[in-house]
Design a protein around this ligand. Structure first.
Ligand SMILES: [Zn+2]
Length: 211
């Protein structure tokens, strides 16, 4: 189903300690329209951005991206998905370095598609027993034996609407997103090593702190 594209720009800024120091009105409105109706500027400002990023792998990748932006490689731009239960949103985020090692995030919706409501995306529901892996970046779901596919394909393949209770979602990174981001970060690392010969034993990003 087609619908008018949302042209708002969602902007937020973190300081050098990764705390939110600015969110624009569109960001607050967007949050209110989706999962957090009571969110106000006073509730989110001065909070670590890590409170709003789910999943260890996702946090790890964001840390690498922040490092890249603060190394002067800004702006960094990448596509991501921010779905609600009834809408698939294809978005783009751009990170820019501001004075004092602050980082500005600007997100826009490139495309959106409405769909039948997907109750299991509501992560506030606490349903134990089963876990489905969902990629925090592209929102694909891991179908056992088949790999990463769109949510709509997973509904059919796993008969999600026919099962009670719905499986619980666990956020992770799919193989394709992981490879793409690691490749980008490794290129960045190579450039840095080539220009910085005082650190011959420096490790590539991510080799510490990963299981
Ligand atoms: Zn992915």
């Amino acid at each position: 189903m087609e619908n008018p594209l949302d042209h708002r720009s969602f902007i937020w800024i973190i300081n050098d300690a990764d705390k939110l120091v600015f969110v624009n009105d569109a960001w607050l409105a967007f949050a209110g329209e989706n999962t957090a109706p009571q969110l106000t500027a006073s509730l989110v400002l001065d909070q670590p951005i890590w409170r709003f990023i789910q999943g260890q792998e996702t946090s790890y990748l964001y840390k690498q991206i922040f490092r890249r932006v603060r190394a002067g490689k800004s702006p960094v731009k990448f596509p991501f998905r921010c779905d609600s239960p009834d809408c698939r949103r294809f978005m783009e985020m751009q990170l820019s370095l501001l004075p004092g090692n602050a980082i500005q995030f600007m997100a826009q919706i490139l495309r959106q598609e409405w769909r039948q409501s997907l109750d299991f995306l509501d992560t506030s529901r606490d349903i134990p027993r089963e876990f489905l892996k969902i990629c925090s970046w592209c929102k694909k779901i891991n179908i056992p034996g088949r790999g990463w596919e769109e949510i709509t394909a997973a509904i059919v393949a796993l008969d999600l609407f026919g099962r009670h209770p719905m499986p619980r979602m666990t956020h992770t990174i799919c193989d394709a997103c992981h490879s793409a981001i690691r490749l980008e970060l490794n290129q960045e690392s190579d450039e840095k090593l080539n220009s910085d010969r005082t650190r011959p034993n420096a490790t590539a990003p991510g080799e510490g702190g990963r299981p």
